[in-house]
Structure formats: structure tokens, C-alpha cells
Ligand binder design. Structure first.
Ligand code: UD1
Ligand code: UDP
Length: 381
């Protein structure tokens, strides 16, 4: 029997981190030819992940431009995908999550009448503009997809309520699979500045912030809150690997650039980041991925957003929504930095997002779909 040609399409840092273990799992299956097409919606931040996970794409669309717009990303992905699909002739295309690459990848698959598997399906806030444009991207991909790999049962329920009744699998999130390959107790940072942080004498607080819906006043208020936290708590060091978006770079440098206990550093390679997270005291973030990773590592998270499509860790008590108002963020951080009972209540390792076997389930589900194996058991938290 001919091998199934399964083509994974991704383009940004988080998609790459979450798809890398799946590309590898597929490559290890005798019945599958694992193909990989990157749009390179992110360039440096994508290449860093490819290097950490030793992945060499079969096609690289190399679309990134400085200050790119949603329209240009989508248009360039669609055009580039035409040739990739025609040349690689996939039997199925896998897209991940909710970026512009995800949407364009799924739409291109549809134009070529190739079935689509959606990894990380069923996340919702039900607010069209928040996160923007991600909520709409994932809804549009739901309309196109044939197989839905939901990280949690809650995600599956979201899709059932929308009338999607076939092709649903609860797999866990592949980010937990990735994390299990990167985090090590004896890890030594490649960046000496991280080794030299005052780990024993200060609280190391990890910060990331990049979301488009926070551009403008919300991001100004978040940065001001971070400055307040750093100035009020001299026993704290804020470590902030700044996203390469020029909008974010400018806002972070203007508000935080001259504060002694704030370290604005370049984006970290995934293994550096995961090990930094494993050792930090607390994370302040608007990132989706960090909301999934930090709970697995037992680190409390304050989410710098008004809502989240990841309620599972909020329900488990290890993640709290801090919003985007200056005083609320500073107050919630103050509590976790000064009240050890409040801190301990949140600093528990929980695994609502996966058990490290998501990629195995997804590969099994694909083979089952094509009549070449058994249906996998769903992930249960
Ligand atoms: C994108 C995704 C978002 C995801 C985020 C992860 C969309 C619309 N947004 O947002 O869902 O949460 O990635 O980080 O798909 N840049 C570089 N080098 C890089 C990466 C980015 O210079 O390696 C700069 C470029 O100027 C680029 C800008 O950052 O134009 C913004 O990148 P873009 O992918 O458009 O948006 P993100 O905010 O990264
Ligand atoms: N990450 C990284 N280096 C950094 C910042 C984040 O490797 O400097 C990782 C992080 O651990 C997570 C992913 O990138 O796995 C999240 O990406 P991002 O926050 O850019 O996007 P989101 O998850 O919000 O879509």
C-alpha cells in the first residue's frame, strides 16, 4: 500500500513548537510520508524553533515582511501554497490553531480539495474581536476542517454546540508533548545572562506580551503596570523576552527600557524559554502557549487579557485573568509576590491540557480515518 502523504503547514513560533513533535511522530509511522511546509509568517522566531527541534521543511514560502498586515499574510500564504500543494500532492493537510497561516493553509487545502485536520481545534472566547484575529480564524477553520483534534473535552463540547458532530477527537495539547522533550532538571542555559540571574536571592518573574488586540492603550497600560511592579518590588527581577514585532519592541523599550530590575531580552529559543519557565516564580503573559505550559510546570500565571479561550487552568486555580488595567494587574501581582498562602494556592502542577501523548493520538486518528488502524482513546484530564 502507498504511504499516506500528510502535509503539516505552519508559520509562526507557537505553531512550530506545537507541530514539531507531531511532524516527528508522523515521520515515525510506517504508513505515513510526513511532509512539512512552512509559510515563515515569522522568520527568525520560526527558524529558532526549527533548529531546536531539528526540522527541515520540504517547502518554505518565506512570506514575512516588516509590519505585515493581515491581508498581506493571507494573500501571500494562499499564493505560495498553490505551488506547494501541487508539487507535494498531500492526501491531507494539517493546520494548527488560529493564526493567519492557519486560516490561509486551511483555505488553500479546500481550494485544492484536500481534506484538513485541525490541530488545537475548538477553542473559543465567543468574542469576534478578542483575540483578534484569532477567534475568527479558528471559527473559519472549523467550517473547512474534516478532522478536529481538540486538546480538551471542553473544546470538543464547544464544537458539538456548533453542530460539528463528526471527526472529533480529544487528544490533549501537543505543547505538553513538546515540553516533555525540552525541560530538564540539569538544564544549563545557553545564554549566560540567564545563568547569572539572582535565582537564590530574588523572585524571577517571566513576562511576555504581544497580542494585536492589546496594541495601543491596553499595551501601554500593561507596560505601565509592569513598571509599577518592578519599582515597588525590589526583590523581583522581571525577565521579558520581547517579541520581534516593532510595535511591541517600541512599547516595551519606551516604558521599561531604563528600569534596573527589568531585563528586556531577545526572544528565547524554545528550550531556553521552557526551562526559564520551569524555574521562574511567576509568569505574567498574554500568550496562549504560556497559559498551557506554566500550569504543567506548577507556575502561577496572571493573564494580561480580558478573556481566555483556555478556561481549564483557570478552573484548576493555577491561572487568573488579570485584565489589561494598570492597577488591577499591579495589585494581583503584589498579592502573589507578598502573600505566600495566595501564592502556594496557585503554584500547583496541573495537567488539564495533556499527558504528553497528543501526537500519538493524532497520528492514530489520521490512520483510523484512512482505514489503516484503530481509533485512539480520548485524552481525559
Ligand atoms: C502572530 C499571530 C498570533 C500569534 C503570534 C505568536 C496572526 C495574525 N497572528 O502574531 O496569533 O499569537 O504570531 O507570536 O497570525 N517579526 C519579525 N521576526 C519574526 C517574527 C515577527 O521581525 O520572527 C515582526 C515582523 O515585523 C512582523 C511582525 O513581527 O511583521 C508581526 O508578526 P505577525 O506574524 O504579523 O504577528 P504576530 O503579532 O507575531
Ligand atoms: N516562547 C519562546 N520564546 C520566547 C517566548 C515564547 O520559545 O521568547 C514560546 C512559549 O514557551 C510558547 C510559545 O513560544 O511555547 C508561545 O508563543 P507566543 O507567545 O508567541 O504565541 P501564542 O501562544 O500567544 O500564540
Amino acid at each position: 500500500m502507498e504511504k499516506l502523504r500528510i502535509m503539516s503547514v505552519f508559520g509562526t513560533r507557537p505553531e512550530a513548537i506545537k507541530m514539531a513533535p507531531l511532524v516527528r511522530e508522523l515521520a515515525g509511522r510506517a504508513d505515513i510520508a510526513s511532509l512539512c511546509c512552512v509559510t515563515a509568517q515569522h522568520r527568525q522566531m520560526l527558524d529558532s524553533v526549527l533548529e531546536v527541534f531539528s526540522l527541515t521543511p520540504d517547502r518554505d514560502l518565506d512570506i514575512m515582511t516588516p509590519r505585515q498586515t493581515l491581508s498581506t499574510i493571507t494573500a501571500k500564504c494562499l499564493t505560495g501554497m498553490d505551488a506547494a500543494v501541487e508539487e507535494l500532492q498531500p492526501d491531507m493537510i494539517l493546520v494548527h490553531g488560529d493564526t493567519s497561516t492557519t486560516f490561509a493553509g486551511a483555505l488553500s487545502a479546500f481550494y485544492h480539495k484536500v481534506p484538513v485536520g485541525h490541530v488545537e481545534a475548538g477553542l473559543r472566547t465567543y468574542d469576534k474581536y478578542s483575540p483578534y484575529p484569532e477567534e475568527m480564524n479558528r471559527k473559519l477553520v472549523t467550517a473547512i476542517a474534516d478532522l478536529y483534534f481538540c486538546p480538551t473535552e471542553n473544546n470538543r463540547q464547544n464544537l458539538l454546540r456548533e453542530g460539528v458532530t463528526e471527526g472529533l477527537f480529544v487528544t490533549g495539547n501537543t505543547v505538553i508533548d513538546a515540553l516533555q522533550t525540552t525541560v530538564r532538571k540539569d538544564y544549563v542555559f545557553a545564554a549566560d545572562s540567564l545563568n547569572r540571574l539572582p535565582w537564590d536571592s530574588k523572585k524571577i518573574v517571566l513576562v511576555t506580551c504581544h497580542r494585536r488586540e492589546n496594541y495601543g492603550q491596553p499595551m501601554e497600560d500593561i507596560m505601565t503596570a509592569l513598571a509599577d511592579i518592578a519599582r515597588t518590588h525590589r526583590d523581583v527581577e522581571l525577565v521579558y523576552p520581547v517579541h520581534l514585532s516593532p510595535v511591541v519592541q517600541e512599547c516595551a523599550r519606551r516604558n521599561l527600557g531604563d528600569i534596573e530590575n527589568v531585563h528586556l531580552i531577545a526572544p528565547l529559543a524554545a528550550d531556553e524559554m521552557h526551562n526559564l519557565m520551569a524555574r521562574c516564580y511567576l509568569a505574567l503573559t498574554d500568550s496562549g502557549g504560556l497559559q498551557e505550559e506554566a500550569p504543567a510546570l506548577g507556575k502561577p500565571v496572571l493573564v494580561l487579557r480580558r478573556e481566555t479561550e483556555r478556561p481549564e487552568a483557570v478552573e484548576a486555580g493555577t491561572v487568573k485573568l488579570a485584565g489589561v488595567e494598570r492597577d488591577a494587574i499591579a495589585d494581583m501581582a503584589h498579592t502573589l509576590l507578598t502573600d505566600s498562602a495566595a501564592y502556594q494556592a496557585m503554584a500547583r502542577a496541573v495537567n488539564p491540557y495533556g499527558d504528553g501523548r497528543a501526537c500519538r493520538r493524532i497520528a492514530d486518528a489520521i490512520l483510523w480515518h484512512f482505514g489503516r488502524g484503530d481509533r485512539p482513546e480520548d485524552f481525559r484530564a
